[in-house]
Structures are given as structure tokens and as C-alpha cells.
Design a protein around this ligand. Structure first.
Ligand code: UD1
Length: 345
């Protein structure tokens, strides 16, 4: 049976591109909209090399309502949306709050506005564990308290969850699945797609692999005086392909009306906490490549420790993070090697 068309906003980005591949594998025709602000067209080639299918692609900004209207006219029959299109650098959001509120909120508002008139049945929204702030207790469940956001970026995630809730409560004719990601890392096992940050990476794994490659001199470990076993911060690092697969399940739930609930929220993590130093160890152990690093002071705004209780997603979605941390680190390294081979990094 022919499957319904899915719109993936931000589909050439890191998590978006991996999700497009999984949607295609499940038989969904995909149309991507992306303004290429933090990605590039070559990602489409990588997707095509993996799946054998080139997704439809519209280069436009989701804050442009008319561009979105045209997209719905040009690509009829879109039944589901996965919204990845957003700015995501925590530090930059503190410096440029208007940019963050405009990009992240206007994109969501435009999509919600156009869903009803275009007969779209549901939207999957990319949220973050950042909504839990510094949790009183770990692991965090979906019922753990939402803490005051520590950055405009984090605030856009909280506000977006509230906007979706308000719009659906008002009787909008569609559903939503909100996915709270922990720390997505790694790359597709084919090394055809992966994370390619602009400029100096802010996130741990791209900085680590670039250091291992000799592009950066050494990795700074931000703090070893936290209240954790080795003193460095703890996160729940989740393989990006495992994460992508959860989106396909979420889309299917909405399209098949598998749940009575019009809004569902799921944590997507492994349930395991790993420290910064533990992650460096895992990389060195699994690849045999050393990562020069030094301990420096804490980074402002960092959470000490957070990891997921993923049992809601495990039980209700039948989804589980499966890839080991070692395999994930190897995939991140294979991607870094591929970038070198292609002369990109
Ligand atoms: C942050 C956000 C998260 C967001 C993600 C995407 C918060 C609390 N978290 O995650 O919501 O989705 O960015 O960009 O706002 N580290 C180093 N050296 C480095 C880089 C990082 O030691 O060079 C450490 C950090 O201190 C942290 C860990 O590595 O303990 C992970 O950092 P990072 O990859 O930036 O992700 P988060 O800050 O957890």
C-alpha cells in the first residue's frame, strides 16, 4: 500500500537527515524543507546513496508562511510533519534571543496554522531534555518537573510544547507527539551522513572527533569538580539512528490513530548516564585513537547530571535504544574519517 507523504522540516540537518532515511526505509515519500542555514545540499546525495531515493527538496525558510503555503500546494497529500527546523546552539541563543524566538516559534506557529486547512493529521516535535533543567532526581520521567529554562534556546522548547498543547486543546483537528531528546551522537553506519557543525563545534562529540583527527589541538573537559563519580558532567548519549527510528514509530501512531490521546510526550534516551571522561574513554577504547584533553573550568549553564527513564517510550512505542556506546563512537569516527577523505574537514 502506498504510504502518505511526510514533510520533514530541517530534513538536511543532523537528526533530520537520519530520520529521512528511516522514513524512506519504512516506505514513506518525504519532502524536505530546509533553509540550509546549518546544513548543505550534499546531504541529499548522502541520503540518496543510502536509500536509493532522492527526497523532494524545497529550499526555503519555515518562518516564511507563503513559502510553506506554496509547498503544501506543490506537494499535495502531506499527512504528517516532523519539525526539526530550529536553531539549537545554547550559547548563541543567549547572544541572539530574537533570532531564536523568531526562528523556533514562528516556524512552529506557521506549521500549526497550515496543518488544519491542509488536512495534516499530526506533527512530531523535537523537544529536549533541557526542559527538565537540573533535575532533583535521576533518571527523569516525563512527569519530572519542568524547570525554568536557562537559555532562550531552552525556553523556545518549553514554549513550543505549551503552544502545541494550547492549539490542540483548542480543538485543532490533528495530533502531536513531542519527543524529548537526550544527547544524540554518532552517525549513520554507512558514514554517508552525520553531524557537520559550522565552525568550531560547541557539542562534545564533534569536538572530540575533530580533536582526534588533529583539527583541534585538545578537547577541553568543562569541569571535574561536579558531584559525580569522576567529577565530570553526566549525560544520556543516544545513537542518532536509534533516535531517528523513534520518529517513524511516532508518525505511524498519529497516522493510524493508535492512541486516543491527542498529545503524547516521550523521553528518548538510553537510560544510562555517561560522564564526559567516560565518553572520552569509550572513544579511545572503541577506536584505538587517543584524544588529547585537559580539564578546564566549568561551562556556564551546564547541567551537572541528567539521564532518561525511557520506559514510557519502551512500553508504549515499543522502541528501545539498541546501539552500544562503543558502536556509536566508532560510527562518529568513521564519519570524521569520511569527511577527511572527501576533503571537507
Ligand atoms: C545542549 C543542551 C541541549 C541541546 C544540545 C544541542 C542544555 C542543558 N543542553 O546539550 O538541550 O539539545 O545542547 O546542542 O541546554 N563538554 C565538554 N567539552 C566540550 C563540549 C562539551 O566537556 O568541548 C561537555 C559539557 O560540559 C557537557 C557535555 O560535554 O557536560 C555535553 O555537552 P554538549 O554536547 O554541548 O551537550 P549539552 O550541553 O548536554
Amino acid at each position: 500500500m502506498k504510504k502518505d507523504r511526510i514533510l520533514v522540516t530541517g530534513g538536511t540537518g543532523y537528526i533530520g537527515s537520519h530520520t529521512v532515511v528511516e522514513l524512506q526505509k519504512a516506505g514513506y515519500p518525504v519532502v524536505i524543507i530546509d533553509n540550509l542555514s546549518n546544513s548543505n545540499r550534499e546531504v541529499l546525495d548522502g541520503i540518496e546513496r543510502i536509500s536509493g531515493i532522492r527526497p523532494d527538496f524545497v529550499e526555503a525558510d519555515c518562518t516564511d508562511l507563503n513559502a510553506l503555503k506554496k509547498l503544501f500546494a506543490d506537494y499535495p497529500g502531506i499527512k504528517g510533519i516532523i519539525n526539526f527546523a530550529a536553531s539549537k546552539a545554547v550559547g548563541e541563543s543567549v547572544e541572539k534571543p530574537i533570532l531564536y524566538y523568531r526562528n523556533n516559534l514562528n516556524t512552529l506557529l506557521n506549521l500549526l496554522d497550515l496543518m488544519g486547512p491542509n488536512g495534516v493529521k499530526g506533527i512530531v516535535f523535537s523537544s529536549s531534555c533541557t526542559v527538565y533543567g537540573e533535575p532533583d532526581q535521576n533518571p527523569v520521567t516525563e512527569q519530572s518537573p519542568i524547570k525554568k529554562a536557562t537559555s532562550p534556546y531552552g525556553n523556545t522548547k518549553q514554549i513550543s510544547e505549551e503552544i502545541i498543547t494550547d492549539v490542540i486543546t483548542s480543538g485543532a483537528p490533528f495530533k502531536s507527539v513531542i519527543l524529548r531528546y537526550f544527547n544524540p551522537i554518532g552517525a549513520h553506519p554507512s558514514a554517508e551522513i552525520g553531524e557537520l557543525p559550522n565552525g568550531v563545534p560547541q557539542n562534545l562529540v564533534p569536538y572530540l572527533t575533530q580533536t582526534a583527527m588533529g583539527i583541534r589541538k585538545e578537547l577541553s573537559v568543562f569541569g571535574d569538580d561536579y558531584n559525580t563519580p569522576d567529577g565530570s558532567c553526566i549525560r544520556d548519549y543516544i545513537n542518532v539512528v536509534d533516535l531517528a527510528k523513534a520518529h517513524v514509530i511516532a508518525v505511524e501512531r498519529m497516522l493510524n490513530d493508535a492512541s486516543e490521546d491527542k498529545i503524547e510526550i516521550f523521553n528518548l534516551g538510553t537510560g544510562l548516564g555517561t560522564s564526559v571522561l567516560g565518553l572520552i574513554d569509550a572513544f579511545e577504547r572503541s577506536t584505538g585513537v587517543k584524544v588529547p584533553h585537559k580539564i578546564v573550568g566549568r561551562r556556564a549553564g551546564d547541567i551537572e547530571k541528567v539521564w532518561a527513564d525511557p520506559s514510557h517510550a519502551n512500553n508504549v512505542l515499543g522502541w528501545k535504544a539498541e546501539t552500544s556506546l562503543d558502536d556509536t563512537m566508532r560510527s562518529a569516527w568513521a564519519w570524521q574519517l569520511k569527511l577527511r577523505e572527501r576533503g571537507i574537514m
